[in-house]
Design a protein around this ligand. Structure first.
Ligand code: GLA
Length: 546
């Protein structure tokens, strides 16, 4: 009998090699390696990118070289990856709203705040970790850490295109009117919410009053498919069907994107997909789905363009040209918070409206600051191209009825876009009376646009005047002070066209009280409540006066 000699057979060699490789992989994973670029994607939410470094079990985020770490780039992380379990804590604020903000509180209010956010996860494989994110004052959010390329996390900056004027699309000869989801819902809303708003727009009478565009703001995308097409997330599974529904109500529909790689950041955390490097593709998609309006929000564009007028203009021009190429009439709404005097060049990018300031919130001081700051730039308005002092907060509950009447009166005198920002399904009669005051809306929508002017300003009292078609004037007596004030003006300050026959008898209507006011004497004076307004329409009795 031959002594048995162990002879490795080929199959055994293969098995041993595979086993060793497997062990090796395990050891490698045990030493772990989160070193590299990662996206943290919230399920149906936004994304934040991190560059991570792992030493032993310790994981920390790396400050991006030469980058400011803008929106969508997450905060500073530190923690551990041990036995397939991830525990990371963000010690500085990610760009986003404060914990549990009051309804309508925009990001602006919270920019300086920090918060602690904790990511606890279980490793699924070397490139993916399932995570629950918790933070002070917020509901836990599910998401994943996914390994990405450097380019995906930190796209290369590109130069803007050569500047040229984009032709006028001929839309919105009077300021657009509609509803936008952001002020009330931020990014916590879905397809059903939007359909409900379209229903309510019609049933409440808002549509009859002129409100037309239902605009889906940040929160609808999940990213791109294999062909690079932008797609909706679980809350917005079929953006075309949503557009069809809104159209079936006789309304128009708007959508939201960014010239940057990601949008800003909502309650869900992180930025949603932006249109950077896919401008024409996205414009064609929006047109194919049937969208009539695009709000295009700067957000993370500062990570790929420089913060200059040329780059701002170039980034907006790209999408303006793309929208025209679709052949579909799409209102183009610029949102870059009024930087670089956008009112001087917004129309050249094809823009129909442009935000002139940072975000409004549902508070008197915010609305007052933004509204009155728009008076001096009112002459930049012209049919088809409008200054946008931001969406309305009327009905969101943070201001008194007098303050909301001031808000509505001021926006209409400014010829501002009127985008309601409240829940149209649950409006009180008072809210309806403010949003649907036909005489006040008529000022906003006057067919012969002429800019509002400041007739007088004394302490906290201001009188604003806007010439209207048909030889009439709108006059707003505003009390920005904290106690009631007597405010007045002389009738002769209104420069009526009196024709050959000289001055005629005037007639004046108080547009909130719905009653005539006496026009006898040289002047008109009223007691205006704190933060309130008296709004008049003054015309020549018996016709145009000549
Ligand atoms: C910016 C805009 C807001 C809204 C949010 C969404 O702050 O100014 O109107 O669109 O982004 O994140």
């Amino acid at each position: 009998m031959k002594p048995s000699v162990f002879r490795p057979r080929p199959a055994r060699i293969v098995c041993a090699a595979v086993f060793l490789l497997f062990l090796g992989a395990l050891v490698l994973w045990a030493q772990a390696d989160m070193t590299g670029y990662w996206a943290f994607r919230v399920t149906d939410g936004g994304v934040n990118f991190f560059q991570l470094q792992q030493t032993g079990d310790a994981v920390t985020s790396v400050a991006p070289a030469g980058r400011g770490g803008g929106p969508g780039r997450g905060g500073t992380l530190a923690g551990t990856l041990q036995n397939g379990k991830l525990h990371l804590v963000a010690t500085s604020a990610m760009r986003g709203p404060a914990p549990a903000p009051a309804a309508g509180a925009g990001r602006g209010a919270a920019a300086a705040q920090t918060r602690e956010t904790v990511y606890d996860g279980v490793v699924e494989n070397a490139n993916r970790i399932a995570v629950t994110m918790t933070g002070t004052g917020r509901e836990p959010l599910k998401g994943t850490f996914e390994r990405v390329t450097r380019e995906e996390a930190y796209p290369t900056r590109i130069p803007p295109p050569d500047l040229q004027d984009v032709p006028d699309n001929g839309l919105v000869r009077t300021p657009p009117m509609g509803w936008n989801s952001w002020n009330k819902f931020q990014d916590v809303f879905d397809d059903a919410t939007v359909r409900g708003m379209a229903d309510a727009m019609v049933s409440s009478g808002m549509a009859k009053a002129g409100y037309t565009y239902i605009v889906v703001d940040e929160g609808w995308t999940s990213g791109r498919d294999a062909n690079g097409n932008i797609v909706g997330n679980g809350k917005f599974p079929n953006m075309k069907a949503l557009a069809d529904y809104v159209h079936s109500k006789g309304l128009k529909i708007g959508i939201y994107s960014s010239p940057g790689p990601q949008s800003c950041s909502g309650k869900m955390g992180g930025g949603y997909q932006g249109s950077f490097a896919h401008e024409l593709q996205d414009a064609l998609t929006f047109a194919e789905w049937g969208y009539d309006y695009l709000k295009y929000d700067w957000c993370s564009a500062g990570n790929v363009y420089s913060n200059t007028t040329e780059d701002n203009r170039g980034a907006y021009q790209k999408m303006g040209e793309a929208l025209l190429k679709t052949g579909r009439p799409i209102v183009y709404s610029l949102c870059q918070y009024g930087s670089h005097d956008v009112w001087k060049w917004g129309a050249k990018t094809g823009g129909n409206l442009w935000r002139t300031t940072g975000d409004i919130s549902d508070r008197w001081d915010s609305m007052e600051r933004i509204g009155f700051a728009n008076i001096d730039i009112a002459p930049y308005n012209r049919p088809g191209h409008w200054n946008d002092p931001d969406m309305l907060e009327v009905g969101n509950g943070g201001m008194t009825a007098d303050e909301y009447r001031t808000h509505m009166s001021l926006w209409c005198l400014l010829a501002a876009p009127l985008m309601a920002g409240n829940d149209l399904r649950t409006m009180t009669d008072e809210t309806k009376s403010i949003l649907m005051n036909a005489d006040v809306i008529a000022i906003d929508q006057d067919r012969d646009f002429k800019p509002v002017e400041r007739l007088s300003q004394e302490g906290k009292s201001e009188v604003l005047v806007r010439p209207l078609s048909g030889n009439a004037f709108a006059v707003g007596l505003f009390n920005r002070g904290d106690s009631p004030a007597q405010i007045g003006f002389r009738w002769e300050a209104l420069k009526f066209d009196t024709g050959l026959y000289g001055f005629r008898r005037l007639q004046a209507q108080d547009l909130w009280k719905h009653e005539a006011v006496p026009t006898t004497g040289d002047s008109f004076t009223a007691t205006v409540p704190r933060h309130g307004v008296v709004l008049l329409r003054v015309s020549i009795a018996g016709g145009r006066g000549f």
